[in-house]
Ligand binder design. Structure first.
Ligand code: CUA
Length: 354
């Protein structure tokens, strides 16, 4: 009897832990991230684009089938535990010894095979649907390159290079405009994941993976690198900014411009070009043409710094230029040991890169 109540307590604790973990998993996707403007919640169960919608429908089917199996198996298990539990006086008799039943064995072999077969068919149809999609005329094509720890984003046909914030037009009824992404890596394996728009796609060195998204609602969608890629994997965030078609055209025109040559930032520009910033960064229209770090031509058009590690404010920009390790420990931009004057000048210059 003591043993039984002891067991019950342990079982109760296990059940509470299970329910609590389940609650955490379900609730997790519903919390807003710590900072920044965010119209979307990163939750795979509230997709706002193809192919995420299609993936959700398939997932629900799999979840429902598994839930039904779980309830049946768990129910039978609980029923047997209760119905055939140990009773006083049981020691004297032996329960009936049953061996083999062709019907039952056939049933529990054939049924699961059928269920798995249905799931295989549905899943492969979804996968084929998503993978075989060909870019229609006028689709936006972007190349996304994963770096430790930021995303390079190129639009080869539009002549635009930016970082960490992927801009795409929304698809409308009369103009379908999916965006097709070529995913590449400059170093190690990463994974591109914006839960509300599409499933994860791994980003692998020496290989080009493809994916597409087709959002219909303008706004900012958050995502992150989903494959552990080193120290700052957690701060390798992605923003997908979905514009109305007109806004997207305006964004394209602005990004295509070379960097502004503001007269009042001449000192800062000189300091920037004289420092080793230029070995890693490009500012189109100047001699800075480094390829190792993000293109800074329109730095001020971006919402965040350091791949989403901090909002792009003047204070953060200053801190970032002064000592990047304070914002993103381990990032590959070193502290350049610049004087206060140099930092001020360079920050003033960067702020003109609209
Ligand atoms: Cu890139 Cu994790």
């Amino acid at each position: 009897m003591r043993l039984l109540s002891h067991l019950n307590q342990r079982t109760l604790r296990a059940v509470i832990a299970f329910v609590f973990s389940l609650f955490c998993v379900i609730a997790f996707g519903h919390f807003q991230p710590g900072f920044g403007k965010n119209e979307g919640v990163t939750n795979i169960f509230s997709p706002l684009s193809q192919p995420a919608q299609e993936i959700k429908e398939t997932s629900y089917l799999v979840l429902v089938v598994c839930a039904v199996i779980f309830i049946i198996v768990g129910g039978l298990l609980v029923y047997s535990l209760v119905r055939f539990r140990h009773r006083a006086g049981d020691e004297a008799t032996e329960p009936p010894q049953i061996y083999g039943s062709n019907q039952i064995e056939l049933a529990w072999t054939v049924l699961p095979i059928l269920i798995v077969f249905v799931l295989i068919l549905v899943t492969s149809r979804t996968i084929a649907d998503i993978q075989n999609r060909k870019p229609p005329r006028g689709a936006v094509q972007a190349t996304v390159v994963g770096h430790q720890w930021w995303w390079e984003i190129r639009y080869p046909e539009l002549g635009i290079v930016t970082a960490n914030e992927l801009h795409v037009p929304a698809t409308t009824e009369d103009k379908r405009q999916p965006a097709f992404l070529n995913l590449q890596s400059a170093d190690v394996a990463h994974s591109f994941w914006v839960p509300q728009l599409a499933g994860k796609t791994d980003v692998i060195p020496n290989r080009e993976n493809r994916m597409w998204i087709e959002p219909t609602i303008p706004g900012t969608y958050l995502g992150n690198c989903a494959e552990y890629c080193g120290t700052q994997h957690a701060r390798m965030l992605i923003r997908v900014v979905v514009h109305t078609p007109e806004e997207f055209d305006r964004w394209v025109r602005e990004q295509q411009q070379p960097a502004l040559m503001a007269a009042d930032a001449a000192e800062g520009r000189k300091a920037f070009l004289a420092n080793s910033c230029v070995n890693c960064h490009t500012v189109r229209g100047t001699t800075a043409d480094g390829k190792f770090g993000p293109d800074l031509t329109h730095l001020m058009s971006r919402e965040t710094l350091a791949a989403g590690a901090a909002p792009n404010t003047p204070e953060n920009l200053r801190l970032w230029v002064r000592d990047p390790q304070r914002i993103k420990l381990g990032c590959l931009m070193p502290n350049m040991q610049m004087t206060d004057r140099e930092v001020d000048q360079i920050v003033a210059y960067l702020q003109t890169l609209k």
